[in-house]
Design a protein around this ligand. Structure first.
Ligand SMILES: Nc1ncnc2c1ncn2[C@@H]1O[C@H](COP(=O)(O)OP(=O)(O)OP(=O)(O)O)[C@@H](O)[C@H]1O
Length: 227
């Protein structure tokens, strides 16, 4: 569903962790918004808090202070169960290391995502085919991960993440394990799925060439965005 306003807004978000007797302030007042069908990138040095922020946006963690509104849901006030429910329906995750089930084929990996999302079985076949064709794996549907290149495995992971029709995809360093050509292909797939599936993508990256294709880049320095 594409709405006019922002898909997600982050206001005054702070997140600290206690390590022994020490308090580590990781996010110190984050303001951001994600608009429908945008490709947004987070950059910043290692340890600057990018993954911590993605976890908050994805409802996997909660801020100590501040607000996160996702499609009108106040994530900062939702219970764990409520966030899990919204996350399963509306958000897809992509990781640096692909996170595929090694013994299952590309097809079965995507089907598993639909099974877990509670999509009716009658829709599985057409949706799995559509998603794998969309990422350019129409001819490799029955290969298992070890029979695919790194770029192809990441494309299976993308098909898996979009299968249940989320409105937001969160990707933590999705190109970090790929060479620059494969990384560029993944970005082209991201552009295609933003249009065809009407999703917003928020990803982290260190790669300056990849940053060029973003609609918006947020740079994190010492727990805050600079621009
Ligand atoms: N659950 C936690 N408990 C304690 N410290 C944590 C926790 N999660 C993250 N941190 C700390 O918060 C800081 C930010 O970590 P985070 O993973 O968000 O950084 P990052 O920008 O994603 O780094 P990278 O680019 O290396 O992935 C780090 O110092 C990390 O050790």
């Amino acid at each position: 569903m594409v709405t006019d306003g922002p898909l997600l807004t982050v206001t005054g978000v702070q997140r600290s962790f206690h390590v022994g007797s020490q308090r580590l302030d990781v996010l110190k007042g984050i303001e951001m918004e994600l608009l429908p069908m945008q490709l947004v990138m987070l950059k910043g040095r290692s340890g600057s808090g990018k993954t911590t922020l993605l976890n908050l946006i994805g409802g996997l963690d909660q801020p100590n202070e501040g607000e996160i509104m996702f499609q009108g849901h106040p994530f900062h006030r939702c219970s764990d169960d409520e966030r899990t429910h919204i996350r399963r329906k509306e958000i897809g995750f992509i990781f640096q290391s692909f996170a595929l089930m090694p013994l299952l084929s590309a097809w079965e990996n995507v089907e598993l995502a639909l099974r877990m999302a509670g999509t009716p079985r009658s829709q599985w076949k057409s949706r799995v085919t559509h998603c794998l064709e969309l990422v350019g794996l129409g001819k490799r549907m029955h290969h298992r991960p070890f029979e695919l290149s790194g770029g192809e495995q990441q494309r299976v992971a993308i098909a898996k993440a979009i299968a249940h029709r989320p409105s937001l995809i969160l990707a933590d360093e999705p190109t970090a394990e790929l060479d620059s050509q494969m990384g560029a292909q993944i970005m082209s797939v991201f552009r295609d799925i933003i249009t065809s599936e009407q999703v917003t993508i928020c990803m982290t990256t260190h790669d300056p060439t990849i940053l060029e294709v973003a609609d918006h880049v947020y740079e994190m320095v010492d727990g805050r965005f600079v621009s």
